[in-house]
Design a protein around this ligand. Structure first.
Ligand code: ATP
Length: 309
């Protein structure tokens, strides 16, 4: 897949000297969904704002579909839609006039059929003549997306699209994002909800202190860094691990009723067969076994912790 966004060694120091981006290099593939994760203040919004030309970079370069965002600003910007974190809509405008105005800002010819399609896709068509002030918070968020899509961008940036929205709307948003991807739109979103990245992203980027700690295919990341645990339930609790079972990978649960074995899913030998035969040889009777895999959240917390250390 070709790259639609190429970010090279991007740096941003704010006027007070604070370096919010410390040389970010990142290529975004056409048609993918990339989720950027990072703790508060990591630089996610700064990165998006710089790529979209709202904030100027100190050095480095950004190209969108081959257009440099500084020397070829208009062409680059017309490829991009931005859904900001904050709701910045005119309360007395109607939904339709809001999106029409936004399309006009990019110098695109009037095309109410295209706008109708966007509003229908976002379940806003029946609200087209409603003033923004009369919409619920969730609908306003949809209008922000409609507005960002009004000039037919090929790349959509969503800055915390589901911050503070209820679970149902969050799931609606995920569906909208999936539909946009099916239409060939490339999507970059920032989120604090790791569950969200896990649910919809193709690739995950992790940012901390203005640096990109990693960017990797979600499934590969989870397979590479994910650990699995096997829990063995014992028929009777025990006070301590029998000597033959002692290993760094095995712990006795605090209630003594189960053994917890951590293993690497990529290892040639997981050690499970040996563990189970050692358990039997130690005279322990097991009543149940269960496995669980660490989540993206566990991986993320470990990564950010390692970075801080
Ligand atoms: N205009 C500004 N002047 C000075 N510092 C700023 C400015 N805007 C942002 N910063 C600082 O840059 C850092 C990165 O901020 P940014 O908003 O990009 O982080 P973020 O990852 O989006 O955080 P959050 O998840 O909280 O939205 C923060 O330490 C912030 O205080």
């Amino acid at each position: 897949m070709s790259d639609i966004v190429e970010i090279y060694d991007l740096r941003k120091a704010y006027d007070d000297g604070f370096e919010a981006l410390k040389g970010v290099t990142l290529n975004i593939k056409k048609g993918e969904i990339l989720a950027l994760l990072g703790p508060n203040g990591a630089g996610k919004t700064t990165l998006i704002s710089t790529v979209c030309g709202i904030t100027t970079s100190t050095s480095g370069s950004v190209k969108v579909d081959g257009h440099d965002t500084v020397s070829d600003y208009r062409a680059a910007r017309s490829m991009i839609g931005l859904v900001p974190q904050e709701i910045n809509l005119e309360p007395f405008e109607t939904v339709m006039s809001t999106v029409r105005f936004s399309r006009g800002l990019f110098g695109k010819p009037k095309n109410d059929v295209a706008l109708e399609n966007i509003l229908k896709q976002l379940s806003l068509w029946d609200k087209k003549d409603t003033q923004i002030r009369a919409l619920s918070g969730g609908m306003k968020r949809r209008v922000l997306i409609a507005k960002a899509l009004a000039h037919d961008p090929r790349v959509l940036f969503l800055d915390e699209p589901t911050a503070g929205v209820d679970v149902e709307l969050r799931r609606d948003m995920w569906e909208i994002v999936a539909e946009l991807k099916a239409d060939g739109v490339t999507i970059i979103l920032t989120t604090h909800y790791i569950e969200e990245a896990e649910a919809i992203a193709d690739r995950i980027g992790v940012i901390a202190h203005g640096e990109l700690l990693l960017v990797e295919d979600k499934d590969k990341l989870m397979a590479r860094m994910g650990k699995k645990q096997l829990t063995v339930q014992l028929s009777k609790p025990i006070k301590k691990l029998p000597a033959r079972l002692k290993s760094d990978a095995l712990v006795l649960a605090s209630d003594g009723a189960s053994l917890i074995y951590t293993y690497d899913t990529r290892a040639e030998r997981t050690g499970i067969t040996k563990l189970l035969s050692d358990v039997a040889a130690a005279g322990l009777v097991l009543t149940d076994i269960e496995t669980s895999q660490s989540s993206l959240e566990d991986i993320f917390v470990d990564l950010v912790k390692e970075d801080a250390a």
